[in-house]
Design a protein around this ligand. Structure first.
Ligand SMILES: CC(C)(COP(=O)(O)OP(=O)(O)OC[C@H]1O[C@@H](n2cnc3c(N)ncnc32)[C@H](O)[C@@H]1OP(=O)(O)O)[C@@H](O)C(=O)NCCC(=O)NCCS
Length: 185
């Protein structure tokens, strides 16, 4: 098991095959997919494919989203982290910051806390110059988190006809001192 970060409430680790039930619970929920194309999973085999795809990204790109596991219970809470994104912007590739949690875990600062750890990893460990993020303009929680962790709005673009906010953070504007664990405590 490859654990990247650990706080008093969760661990951030690489995905494993055993996470397929967790991914299915997350990605079969229409609420979770409201701003993600409204196309939730319908079969566990799709969750297995998702995990295989992420594991292939670890191999190919050296990075991919991480599973977030509640420490007290061992429950799969969702995922968070960086991804080398090759498909969203047709003009260029980039390192994308993202997060997705089961609704029962929303509003507890998890996206914020895990995003700050992901930025620390991207800038301090991977040595990236720029990390980007994209969010449906109507996805207010996602936009709030992206701005709160320090990314700056750059432009509006359209993905499959939907307006999307585009954000960037440069390494020169990043400080590891931004990282706080349990921001709601
Ligand atoms: C987006 C998401 C990851 C946020 O996770 P979270 O752990 O609840 O986020 P946090 O608790 O760290 O922060 C949420 C912030 O959004 C704000 N927020 C939530 N709903 C909001 C709304 N309707 N309007 C304005 N702000 C809102 C909260 O107030 C909070 O900001 P604050 O701490 O300054 O008060 C979660 O809602 C989710 O998994 N959504 C489904 C998947 C998704 O859309 N992922 C993002 C794709 S770009």
């Amino acid at each position: 098991m490859k654990i990247h970060y650990e706080t008093d409430r969760f661990i951030l680790r690489d995905f494993e095959a055993q996470d397929s039930k967790g991914i299915f619970a997350l990605d079969s929920d229409p609420l979770v997919h409201k701003y993600l194309g409204n196309n939730p999973l319908t079969h566990i085999s799709q969750a297995e494919d998702v995990i295989a795809m992420i594991q292939a990204q670890y191999e190919k790109n050296g990075i991919g989203r991480w599973a977030v596991i509640e420490k007290d219970t061992g429950e799969f809470m969702g995922w968070s982290g960086l991804k080398y994104e090759e498909n969203l912007r047709s003009e260029f590739t980039y390192y994308d910051l993202g997060f997705r949690f089961k609704p029962k875990f929303w509003g507890k600062g998890l996206a914020t806390e895990t995003a700050l750890l992901s930025l620390k990893h991207g800038f301090d460990v991977m040595g990236l110059d720029t990390i980007c993020a994209a969010a449906d303009v109507e996805n207010l929680a996602s936009n709030a988190v992206i701005k709160k962790v320090g990314l700056q709005f750059k432009e509006l673009f359209y993905y499959e006809g939907i307006p999307v906010n585009w954000f960037e953070l440069k390494r020169v504007n990043w400080s590891s001192e931004n990282v706080v664990t349990n921001p709601r405590k």
